[in-house]
Design a protein around this ligand. Structure first.
Ligand code: TLP
Length: 342
């Protein structure tokens, strides 16, 4: 059975054209920095974000965790939203790998404001407290349903960080979606952050890989940490080629994913047994609550009908549109969901 797989935008398969570019990629040993395709990808991504340097890493998790590690020392603290990916889904790595703790704030739809952050910044004189080092922002925000972090708030967080000598890190796994939806350039987003981790294997449709961007000095340190954590890869130009292909050909296609998500969300909003806040559907993620039927039952019934959905939170279903989902798939999904939820 061929499923309509809406569990995540990580499930995409490389297209024939992407595979061709991977097949033809020039490669070398990237641990020696001798892979021309990796070097090309890193230069390109650094330039798009207006940064000096970049580093190709195996995953978004490793990207975020290397950045946290480089910015901090054991015992330090990082301020982030309570629904952030680094808090929920990275296997406790801030503690396990870097010996740091996360101070999580009750952001609204994933957005933490300077007014919330400032009281949490530990005074330098308080030797008995952890040291605040970093503020982390996730854009778009996964658990908040693909919400776009307003650029004005990012600018205000930057001002606050400067006031207190803190760093800012961006989990930009889906920054591409924010960029395409708002028209704000990647360089504009990049300028507020000392570091960002951006994923090639989500909406862009590459099979693997993320890229860290930052200053030369930062990336030199990140390179060292990546090696120490076993993330130094050799002839991975075959993977980087997929990323280059994705950036050239798939970035603009995210608009279609957003349109598909809106169509589906609007249909859901009209179904009797659905609770949904349509305003949160800004990019390619939909979160909704089924009413009078459990999440598990909905997932089982949709699976039976050929549609895969996932759990977004307790009592919440997550749907993610992506490059392998067509308009027809969306229509079919609406038909199936309306039989279960209307
Ligand atoms: N997100 C995955 C799951 O881990 C939940 C998904 O299906 O959405 N930052 C953000 C905002 C992410 O959504 C993800 C992956 C990551 C980082 C980690 O990327 P990977 O999976 O490459 O380690």
């Amino acid at each position: 059975m061929k499923f309509i797989d809406l569990r995540s935008d990580t499930v995409t398969k490389p297209s024939d054209e992407m595979r061709k570019m991977m097949y033809e990629a020039e490669v070398g040993d990237d641990v020696y920095k001798e892979d021309p395709t990796v070097n090309k990808l890193e230069e390109y991504v650094a330039e798009r974000f207006g940064k000096e340097a970049a580093l190709f890493v195996p995953s978004g998790t490793m990207g975020n965790q290397i950045c946290l590690n480089v910015h901090t020392n054991p015992g330090d603290e990082v301020i982030c939203d309570k629904e952030s990916h680094i808090f929920w889904y990275e296997s406790g790595s801030p503690a396990a790998l870097s010996g740091i703790q996360l101070a999580v704030l009750d952001g609204k739809n994933g957005v933490i404001t300077p007014e919330q952050v400032e009281p949490m910044i530990r005074p330098e004189s308080a030797y008995y407290m952890p040291r605040t080092k970093l503020i982390e922002v996730e854009n778009t925000h996964n658990r908040a349903g693909g919400i776009i972090h307003p650029i004005e708030n990012i600018a205000d967080l930057r001002t606050l960080a400067d006031k207190h000598g803190l760093k800012l890190h961006l989990d930009g796994a889906r920054i591409w979606n924010a960029h395409i939806e708002t028209g704000i350039s990647l360089a504009e987003y990049g300028k507020y952050f000392e570091s960002a981790s951006v994923c090639l294997s989500k909406g862009l449709g590459a099979p693997v890989g993320s890229v860290i961007v930052g200053s030369k000095e930062f990336v030199t340190e990140a390179f060292r940490v990546r090696k120490g954590w076993g993330g130094g890869m050799r002839q991975v130009g075959v993977m980087a080629a997929a990323g280059i292909y994705a950036l050239r050909h798939n970035l603009s296609k995210l608009k279609d994913d957003h349109r598909n998500a809106k169509t589906l969300a609007e249909a859901l909003a009209n179904m009797k047994n659905v609770e949904i806040d349509i305003d949160t559907v800004q990019t390619n993620i939909i979160m909704f609550k089924p009413v009078g039927i459990s999440v598990e039952d909905v997932l089982a019934k949709t699976r039976e009908a050929g549609v895969l959905l996932s759990v977004g939170a307790v009592g919440v279903i997550r749907i993610v549109t992506h490059i392998d989902i067509s308009k027809n798939d969306i229509q079919e999904t609406i038909n199936i969901l309306s039989k279960i939820l209307d």
